[in-house]
Design a protein around this ligand. Structure first.
Ligand code: HEM
Ligand SMILES: N=C(Nc1cccc(CNC[C@@H]2CCCN2)c1)c1cccs1
Length: 359
């Protein structure tokens, strides 16, 4: 498929950059370029070698301007799932990804890459996420899952209406009708949230899933669009403690935490929201560590990102970033990121938002 700019130009750009970084000879690069030109002439597209696919995925992570976790870009595990042609084979690769990435809590950053150009689509935003429901008694679960939960119910899925119903996997193969399947419970590792000093914290009955696995972005490498390429890392604590549990249009826990702490929630100036926020984030980091599940605090993550900046400069590469996403939502000015600016230019290969197949 040709889109925004001839395919061959994007292929040449990618092969030239990646083969140089991989230390391949000019001879080998030219031979490969001719091979691709021929394939594009004959078929209108071309296929990546596993090495091109693997290194392209790592470059895409390195170019993800909104990602604070890029120091480890070279250690990404790349799983080639382009042979998967049926619904069962795709589900099997997705269950394998969940198992491989979770690794009993010692999370391994990984990406599973299915065949390109929309032959496989994944409807989920993340492979594991909680359902959201609008009921007469109000919201149950994760409000950000409202529309996808409705789509799942239309396909025949029924949730138990708890605040933490794990949604089913929903995929489309070969442009066929969407198919869903529940995720086997033994594959879903979750963390009960408790606090090192406040025993009442567990009575809030909060939990969260161990592994964030983004499954709705498009990976573009050398002009080829891999629209189903789920990838995971580990969480930064603030994602859960300062957004998923704290946002008033998510689980909206700050008022409850503050009242359990006995804070004066009648005046902003008591900074009750800030005190509750810090304790919520302490609880998240404490609980993941206690459960032996990989997680990083925002101070350590910022330091690692600074090492990434230094490493890239040492390699003679220009660092790009999106300041508005790179600063953590808790205590941003305590990190170096807040105090400098970033060039938000889009480099290729990269990950892109794409239209939802439902909605
Ligand atoms: C290894 C641990 C990792 C950590 C701690 C981490 C951390 C983060 C955080 C905190 C965000 C912002 C998310 C938000 O505010 O909603 C983010 C964004 C992002 N990360 Fe990472 N990341 C990691 C690994 C990865 C990996 C393995 C990939 C891909 C191969 C990746 C690609 C991205 C992309 C594409 C975004 C932007 C998402 C968007 O635009 O919606 N990250 N990362
Ligand atoms: N730690 C992670 N967090 C992350 C990364 C990319 C995207 C997201 C989800 N971002 C969307 C949410 C919902 C609105 C604002 N944030 C989370 C990772 C997920 C997958 C690899 S790392």
């Amino acid at each position: 498929r040709q889109h925004d700019g001839p395919l061959i130009k994007k292929a040449e750009q990618f092969i030239t950059a990646s083969y140089r970084e991989l230390g391949k000879s000019e001879k080998e690069m030219k031979r490969r370029l001719n091979e691709i030109r021929w394939e594009v002439e004959q078929t209108g597209t071309y296929s990546h070698t596993y090495e091109e696919l693997s290194y392209g995925a790592k470059m895409a992570w390195r170019h993800s301007n909104r990602c604070i976790g890029r120091l480890f870009w070279q250690s990404l595990h790349v799983i080639d799932a382009r042979e998967a042609a049926t619904v069962d084979e795709v589900f099997s690769y997705l269950f394998h990804h969940i198992e491989f990435a979770t690794n009993g809590g010692k999370i391994r950053p990984a990406i599973t890459i299915f065949r390109p150009n929309g032959e496989v689509r994944i409807w989920n935003h993340q492979l594991i996420r909680y359902a959201g429901y609008e009921t007469e008694e109000g919201m149950i679960g994760d409000p950000s899952s409202l529309t996808f939960t409705r789509a799942c119910e239309q396909l025949g899925w029924k949730g138990e209406k708890t605040p933490f119903d794990v949604l089913p996997l929903v995929i489309q193969v070969g442009g066929q009708q969407p198919v869903w399947t529940p995720i086997p419970k033994e594959l879903v590792l979750e963390v009960p949230i408790e606090h090192p000093e406040f025993p009442w914290f567990r009575d809030l009955q909060l939990k969260w899933y161990a592994v964030p696995m983004i499954s709705d972005m498009c990976l573009e490498i050398g002009g080829i669009s891999y629209m189903a390429a789920p990838f995971n890392g580990w969480y930064m604590g603030t994602e859960i403690g300062a957004r998923n549990f704290a946002d008033d249009n998510r689980y909206n826990m700050l008022p409850k935490v503050a009242s359990c702490m006995g804070l004066d929630t009648s005046s902003n100036a008591s900074l009750w929201k800030d005190k509750a926020l810090v304790e919520l984030n302490i609880a998240v980091l404490y609980s993941y560590k206690k459960a032996g599940i990989s997680i990083v605090d925002h101070h350590t993550a910022a330091r690692q990102f600074q090492l990434f900046e230094q490493q890239e400069n040492a390699a003679g590469r220009h660092v790009t970033g999106d300041w508005t996403w790179l600063i953590p939502p808790l205590s941003p000015a305590t990190t170096h990121i807040f105090h400098r600016s970033y060039d938000n230019t889009t480099m290729l290969p990269n990950f892109f938002d794409q239209d939802r197949p439902y909605e």
